[in-house]
Design a protein around this ligand. Structure first.
Ligand code: MG
Length: 217
């Protein structure tokens, strides 16, 4: 029985706040509904399914059309100004793999959006499977899927499972699944804010998280 890391993307592996995703969403709402941004929708830590449901509630339209338009806009904005990799991200994944730990994605991004962002930084090779933002409005369900898919793909059970993320929903999703939360404060939330949600581990970035977690697991 090994260890599994269910890893978030925005704010954890790749710089998350603002940038291409937000611009794509604003562009998408302008194109579909003629509404000028910024739009009053919280996105940090939420799944795309949940964000899109709120937009449809506000402006109407179909989910399929919204997803398609968003992905097209994201491709454009990402190509123009991709978000940078966060400190220690690649090293964390390499080290985890070297030790023989398993990796699965647990992200609010729809799979095509997740793959687009990871592709640019050549990180897709670390994640044969995952749970993605189209699975559910509830991040706990996304994490549940990430774990299920990992068990199926790697054909094993796990003694220890960590959710690696940057936001309160990551911590809540870990608790809901009865697994541990290893959190970095490289996203929107500060160390003090995240502490209130009582993660099992809280570090400034993936460099320091790696130092702790690869010793203790
Ligand atoms: Mg995040």
């Amino acid at each position: 029985m090994g260890t599994l890391f269910v890893v978030d993307i925005d704010g954890t592996l790749i710089k998350g706040s603002g940038g291409p995703s937000s611009n794509a969403l604003i562009d998408c709402v302008r194109t579909l509904y003629g509404v000028e941004g910024p739009i009053n929708v919280e996105t940090v830590g939420r799944t795309d399914k949940s964000i899109f449901a709120q937009i449809i509630e506000m402006y109407g339209g179909s989910l399929e059309e919204l997803e398609k338009t968003y992905l097209r806009a994201l491709e454009l904005y990402w190509a123009r100004s991709p978000n940078t990799l966060l400190p220690g991200a690649r090293e964390f994944l390499i080290k985890a793999q070297e030790i023989g730990h398993r990796l699965s994605l647990g992200t609010g991004n729809m799979e095509p959006a997740a793959r687009l962002k990871l592709e640019y930084h050549q990180l897709n090779c670390f994640f044969p499977v995952g749970g993605f933002g189209e699975v559910s409005k509830d991040r706990a369900e996304v994490v549940r899927r990430a774990i299920q898919e990992a068990k199926r793909h790697y054909e094993q059970e796990f003694a220890t499972i960590w959710v690696v993320g940057d936001a309160p929903p990551d911590i809540e999703a870990a608790k809901a699944n009865g697994v541990k939360a290893a959190i970095v404060s490289t996203g929107w939330y500060t160390h003090e804010q995240l502490l209130k949600y009582e993660p099992d581990l809280l570090c400034p970035d993936l460099n320091s998280l790696g130092e702790v977690v690869f010793q203790s697991v």
